[in-house]
Design a protein around this ligand. Structure first.
Ligand code: NAD
Length: 454
């Protein structure tokens, strides 16, 4: 086994060593999870629900510890990190209602009855990226466990600490050993093994589109179930009939949250030409007002980027862009960039076309509704976006026209654990969260029972 050194995004200093698992250790954990599946699937629904609620309660008791761990490891602001830990608790509580509601159907059939059962899949492999380590782990593991599957979970190399702790808390809550196993390791080792190991029946992958395509191709070899939550290039469309100052005040929250390291970041702003100057005059103070501070400072609204390599990648987009508004950064060392707004002069600019995943947003004008929708759709991605207008008919038309899985009207976000989340086009495959997520962790079995002859 090898180790990986974790570096503080705030200061750039090394602060922890994490063991990376090899193929043999991964295989052993998958086999153990397969053994544990036999008994976990047989746990009575009410008892499985109780265990999930106990898990949620233990997470809640350790909320501050988890949040502080995320601040140190990922550089998330303390406010965001508390929300993220709370999201794990909430999603566990939400799906604790699932075990007693995994309904099948009784279907009319001559000569007997026909019944469907929802059965768990077996071992589910969850692969998590570095940008939201806690929520994305929770979004996969809670419905998977609730539906009677066991889980092996691989956090990202850069941000494994909260997942490791959540794995320990599951044991503390009474979740049996082997039901949830956290396996820190390299994507090319542990992640690949989830894809190739025949005992892993489904892979839930969240990460880049490039790696997602590879995961999907690997799963195809075994016709393995797979969900993909991938990248995004999301538009914030502001019409002239909107409350322009409110749209400008909300725009920084739509893109600079988590320092722009958010698949739903609205990194394009499309503004109707007639209100462009008005919009920009409100946007400038809003961007300069973003509190970019040490993430452990309670006032901090934006922290550093996760690593030096990622900061440099974002900087390469900044270098090719026409930055017109720029905030400040604290002098702490580490991997910092300010909040920035660029005027996009062409739809070919990399910062306009590609997922920047950092605190840079590009602004462009449009003439009419048709052009706004066409510009928003000019991307291979289709994850998210916002529409600002006071015209309900326009809000409906544009939300139907934009090819994306999650849109918000007059709001900067549409992600809630009780609503479905996922992407169109190359932003992904399948949906997480919401009432239907457990369906994706079960197979439907149809059984015909012939009536005995009279
Ligand atoms: P990444 O694709 O580099 O890595 C994601 C995970 O996959 C990591 O755990 C990594 O170790 C693992 N991995 C790498 N190679 C692998 C392989 N060959 N087989 C199996 N697993 C492998 O992504 P990242 O840089 O960690 O995360 C940023 C990306 O995630 C962005 O593109 C972002 O948009 C996307 N993302 C999407 C969503 C969503 O819900 N749509 C949410 C968060 C992040």
């Amino acid at each position: 086994m090898s180790t990986h050194t974790l570096t503080s995004p705030v200061t750039g200093e090394a602060f922890a060593e994490v063991e990376l698992l090899d193929v043999a250790a991964t295989d052993a954990a998958i086999e153990h999870a397969h053994e544990a599946f036999r008994s976990w699937r047989a746990v009575a629904p009410g008892e499985r629900a109780r265990l999930l609620r106990a898990f949620a309660a233990v997470v809640d008791e350790h909320l501050e510890e988890l949040a502080q761990l995320e601040v140190s490891n990922s550089g998330h602001t303390i406010g965001n990190a508390r929300w993220e830990a709370g999201n794990v608790r909430d999603v566990l509580n939400y799906y604790s209602a699932t075990p007693e509601r995994l309904f099948g159907r009784q279907i009319p059939a001559a000569g007997g009855i026909d019944v469907t059962f929802r059965q768990p899949l077996g071992v589910v492999g969850i692969i998590v990226p570095w940008n939201f380590p806690m929520p994305i782990a929770g979004w996969g593991l809670a419905p998977a466990l609730a539906s009677g599957n066991t889980v092996v979970l691989k956090p990202a190399e850069l941000t494994p600490l909260t997942a490791i702790r959540i794995g320990e808390l599951a044991l503390e809550a009474g979740i049996p050993e082997g039901v949830l196993t956290v396996l820190p390791g390299a994507g090319s080792v542990v992640g690949e093994r989830f894809v190739t190991h025949p005992l892993v029946r489904k892979v839930c992958f969240t990460g880049s589109t490039t790696v997602g395509k590879r995961v999907m191709a690997g799963c195809a070899e075994q016709v393995k179930r797979v969900t993909l939550e991938l990248g995004g290039k999301n538009s914030n469309i502001v019409f002239a009939d909107a409350d322009v100052s409110a749209a400008a005040a909300a725009a920084p929250y739509g893109v600079f949250d988590n320092a722009g390291q958010d698949c739903c970041a609205r990194s394009r702003i499309l503004v109707q030409r007639s209100v462009y100057d008005e919009f920009m005059s409100h946007l400038e103070p809003a961007v300069r007002g973003v509190k970019v501070l040490d993430p452990s400072d309670e006032r901090s609204e934006m922290g550093p980027l996760v690593s030096a390599a990622h900061r440099d990648k974002v900087q390469s987009y900044v270098d090719g862009a026409h930055v017109v508004i720029q905030g400040d950064v604290p002098d702490l060392g580490g991997f910092w960039l300010p909040a920035m707004v660029a005027e996009a002069r062409s739809t070919d600019e990399p910062a306009w076309q590609e997922e920047v995943f950092g605190p840079l947003v590009s602004v462009m004008t449009f003439e009419d509704e048709e052009e706004a929708v066409a510009l928003a759709n000019r991307t291979d991605y289709g994850l998210s976006g916002s529409i600002y207008t006071r015209d309900l008919g326009r809000a409906l038309r544009v939300s139907q026209g934009v090819d994306a899985g999650n849109l918000s009207v007059n709001s900067h976000s549409a992600v809630r654990y009780w609503t479905p989340f996922g992407g169109f086009k190359q932003s992904g495959l399948g949906r997480e969260l919401g009432p239907d997520a457990p369906d994706g962790f079960t197979e439907v079995k149809n059984v015909f029972f012939a009536a005995p002859p009279e």
